[in-house]
Design a binder for this molecule. Sequence first.
Ligand code: ATP
Length: 325
Amino acid sequence: MAIHALAVYALSKTFGAKRAVEDATFAVTRGEIAGFLGPNGAGKTTVMNMIVGLTEPDAGEIELLGVRRGNRRRELRMLVGYLQEKPRIYPEMTARGYLRFFADLYGIVDSGSRVGEVIERVGLASAADRRLGNFSRGMQQRACLARVMLHRPELLILDEPTLGLDPNGIADMRAIFREMKAEGVTLLFSSHQLAEMERVCDSVVFMRRGRVLAAGRPAELLPPGVSTGSLAVELYEPAAHCLEHIAGLPEVEHVRQTAPHRVELVLGGRTACGRDARAQAARLFLRAGYTVLAIDAAAPSLEDVFISLTRPENPVRQEPAGLVH
Ligand SMILES: Nc1ncnc2c1ncn2[C@@H]1O[C@H](COP(=O)(O)OP(=O)(O)OP(=O)(O)O)[C@@H](O)[C@H]1O
């Protein structure tokens, strides 16, 4: 069995004079949740539309579940679910009626029970017989998600599924994603909410100006030499004893206790990277009279990665390095 649920190779698309996607290559491992990141206009929606066949690429290849998309298109369509950025709803229909309608379109045999299952899955059981037009944005989004799950796809592609949802709605969505993953479904979803992605994604794909900048696990994506500047310091003394003292030092931008004997430290100014920063921090604690047992670079957050990758001084990587898994 192919390890990739999805692989795109050298995908390109131009609209008139606009190069929307240029030479995009990346892959998503089966059974994982992948986040699709990039500033507005980066080309994410265009890539998703090409993956599902709504837009024809000018060049490149797409492999879905180990099969080239050019072949067996119909069959592949049944294995993929796509939630568009602005999905169409029918306000006069009830959630159940809407889902029954699509279940019949898909030719789902056990449509009644399947509709009941997906309604339950997205948490709409108590509202199933209300009209979609009276639903909140979050409830409409759940109904649309239920629709793309109806035919039990192996790969779900979701364009900004959490757009406009409140924190509870986002948390619910996250729980649904995890349940899908536990059932072996692969997910690729786009979002601008980095903290949100961080909590649920196994890997991420970054796009900017039509190109894939990088793809892989966040910790692997920082360009060489770029540090988050945040250090995890383990001390012999209780962390609480040193906090005030360390926070008052001019070199220290931020320090907070993360465990009884651990602090997170950010050095101020143009923080030295990697080993230099660690040596600087060790000297600082020593001078202040504390015993350092270990210093590690704290794991980079997605925001660190995003900022470092989208800085002008970090050029777009040219190698087709998206196939990281
Ligand atoms: N049908 C089209 N005709 C002309 N230009 C298009 C078309 N579709 C997309 N574009 C352009 O291609 C570029 C990429 O757009 P796309 O919607 O793929 O980006 P995106 O990363 O999904 O953005 P966002 O995060 O804002 O949704 C943009 O400059 C957009 O204006």
